[in-house]
Design a protein around this ligand. Structure first.
Ligand SMILES: Cc1cc2nc3c(=O)[nH]c(=O)nc-3n(C[C@H](O)[C@H](O)[C@H](O)COP(=O)(O)O)c2cc1C
Length: 313
């Protein structure tokens, strides 16, 4: 994709937010099945690992055509790793590179990556500039409001734009705020007034309709947690399935794709938390917990899903 991808793409941009441990290729394909228009992101991937060609990390970046437009998200703190990783992503056929400047996880922040880069804006700008100059792909930045508040968001975003960022997405919570607290969108709306590049908002959106209400003058929004166990969030509310039985074919497809992607052993371990999320709102969900956290192959997954559907009919 050319550098003006974010300017040219149809607005409002709607995307699946990157979520480590969730939004792998199978998850993304399920969401794209339901809404082919959405933009997807990979889970965040360590630039330094990619630079040294780590096989596992390259596997993490696996994607299929149908997931496009797809953005590779990388994190790190040194220009050389960022450039090499971004070039690899370009070779792999990604549509854009996103630089993670928002991750609050202890491990990432302790090593001065993710949201910690907000404490070192000059380094952040150097990284953006280095990637923007060395790849032909559009470069975006995903960050938070700030560390404790949003006082430096505008300054940071203007610096990012000047360094060559083609889009910025703001998760409307601070570093200190857990994922469940209400997001504060006002600083993001204010930011939009001052930037030339597209601005996306993210945080606490529970449906497309909710996203449209929160959109204001922004260019788009990303949905994260509300899609876990509920990829139908990318459908208008009126088109969403009404019963668990209606959801089953998609859940089975997710399981099948995940086991294909990761192999039976790892895939069936990984699907367990997703199955728990899929059944979360059904009556008596707790009573299926034990079965769901023990599934070891596709037959067992299908069996327990069919049983649940029969019981709650
Ligand atoms: C389990 C989990 C993993 C996440 N992993 C990433 C990640 O890899 N990269 C990233 O930029 N943000 C990550 N995030 C943040 C989300 O992209 C998003 O900004 C955040 O969840 C707020 O959106 P929401 O309220 O719609 O979930 C993660 C969030 C969660 C809950």
């Amino acid at each position: 994709m050319s550098k003006d991808f974010w300017q040219k793409i149809k607005k409002p941009i709607i995307g699946l937010a990157p979520m480590d441990g969730y939004t792998d290729s199978a998850y993304r394909r399920i969401c794209k099945d339901l809404n082919p228009e959405i933009v997807t992101y990979t889970e965040f991937t360590a630039a330094i690992g990619l630079k040294y060609g780590a096989k596992k990390l390259k596997e993490k970046l696996y994607f299929e055509r149908k997931e496009k437009p797809i953005i590779a998200q990388i994190f790190g703190k040194d220009t050389d790793s960022f450039i090499k990783a971004a070039q690899l992503c370009e070779e792999m056929g990604f549509d854009g590179i996103d630089l993670n400047m928002g991750c609050p996880s202890k491990k990432v922040v302790k090593s001065e990556q993710g949201v910690a880069l907000r404490k070192k804006p000059d380094l952040a700008f150097k990284l953006i500039e280095a990637v923007a100059k060395n790849v032909g792909l559009p470069v975006s930045v995903k960050t938070r409001l700030g560390l404790n508040d949003a006082h430096d968001l505008l300054e940071f975003a203007l610096g990012a734009e000047q360094a060559g960022a083609d889009m910025i997405c703001v998760h409307a919570r601070t570093f200190k705020e857990p994922y469940k607290v209400p997001a504060h969108w006002e600083p993001v709306y204010e930011l939009k007034k001052h930037l030339k590049i597209p601005v996306l908002g993210n945080g606490g959106i529970v449906s497309l309709e909710d996203g449209m209400k929160k959109l204001g003058d922004l260019d788009g929004f990303l949905i994260g947690q509300a899609s876990i166990g509920n990829p139908w969030v990318f459908l208008p509310e009126k088109q969403q399935p009404q019963t668990f039985e209606e959801k089953i074919p998609m859940i089975k497809k997710h399981a099948q794709m995940l086991l294909e992607l990761r192999g039976e052993k790892y895939g069936s371990h990984h699907i367990r938390k997703l199955l728990l999320a899929y059944v979360k709102n059904i009556p008596n969900a707790k009573s299926y917990r034990l079965r769901l956290v023990q599934v070891a192959n596709l037959e067992e997954i299908y069996e327990v899903l069919d049983e649940i559907a029969e019981v709650i009919l």
